[in-house]
Design a protein around this ligand. Structure first.
Ligand SMILES: Nc1ncnc2c1ncn2[C@@H]1O[C@H](COP(=O)(O)OP(=O)(O)OP(=O)(O)O)[C@@H](O)[C@H]1O
Ligand SMILES: [Mg+2]
Length: 248
């Protein structure tokens, strides 16, 4: 569904992606792991065209992601942003229904609100949350609202950027299970970025490790613990010793 071929991206002198090759099969859940600042969010934003690679190609369903009708292209995606990125000035239901209230996916207002409430319920939030503002919610509730927004238009492809960061272990487990269920139930292709190894085990069909601008290892989640890859092994164990230099 998504193919990266030799993707490079630098910001000034800073080389971030240095030849990323990766395939995400249709209907599968790919989790990308890697240290802070290695370019995981940049890779994800590049698929959406929010960042343009310097060279290389990214195709979605066989088509070059940078060409063609942007609106139709973006309508296929749902995204949970790192940090939520809810609109402070809009009530929860309008956040969830954001894309159903405008553009090519526009629905009548009543219908959009009903869908928002149904999606809130899907992520374990009651209808009374619909009329609150994001600032009136806890961090965990905001993540759930972000998740409800990501699935509101029933996208074919869903991106989750750090879905559990800042949540307690139990809430993280709840969000992980929800993501897994939603991906299976919708048959969606998913790309998740995380540092949280419990998320990886709960969500992934396949795992890819990004380090030094390239995918160091990729394979099924079941092979992750016996990969023999020194980068991956160090990352999983959280050890300061290994090929990944810990910044002290
Ligand atoms: N729009 C931008 N302009 C300039 N530099 C950027 C931009 N976006 C990202 N970078 C740089 O690219 C590098 C990778 O950033 P990115 O956000 O992809 O990291 P990450 O792997 O998602 O890290 P984290 O796990 O902390 O979220 C960083 O050094 C960052 O400063
Ligand atoms: Mg990031």
């Amino acid at each position: 569904m998504i193919t990266f071929t030799d993707v490079h991206k630098s910001f000034g002198p800073k080389k971030v992606l240095q030849g990323v090759n990766l395939e995400i099969p249709k209907g599968q859940s790919m989790v990308i792991i890697g240290g802070s600042g290695t370019g995981k969010s940049v890779a994800l934003k590049s698929v959406l065209g929010l960042i343009s690679p310097d060279s290389g190609t990214i195709t979605v369903d066989g088509k070059d992601a940078t060409k063609g009708d942007r609106d139709a292209f973006l309508a296929r995606f749902g995204m949970l942003f790192q940090g939520g990125a809810l609109f402070d000035s809009l009530p929860v239901w309008q956040n969830v229904a954001f894309r159903l209230l405008r553009g090519s996916l526009k629905r009548p207002r009543d219908e959009a609100r009903d869908i928002a409430i149904e999606k809130l319920r899907r992520v374990g939030l009651t209808p009374d949350v619909a009329d609150l503002f994001p600032s009136e919610l806890s961090g965990g509730m905001q993540k759930r609202v972000g998740l409800a927004r990501a699935i509101a238009a029933e996208p074919e492809i869903i991106f989750f950027d750090e879905p559990t960061t800042g949540l307690d272990p139990i809430m993280s487990g709840v969000i992980n299970d929800l993501i897994r269920e939603i991906v299976v139930e919708m048959g969606a292709t998913a790309m998740t970025i995380t540092h949280d190894m419990s998320s990886v085990r709960a969500i992934a069909d396949k795992v890819a490790m990004l380090h030094d601008g390239i995918i160091q290892w990729t394979g099924p989640v079941g092979e992750m613990d016996n990969s023999g890859d020194p980068y991956l092994t160090q990352f999983i164990s959280g050890s300061a010793e290994g090929p990944i230099e810990a910044v002290r």
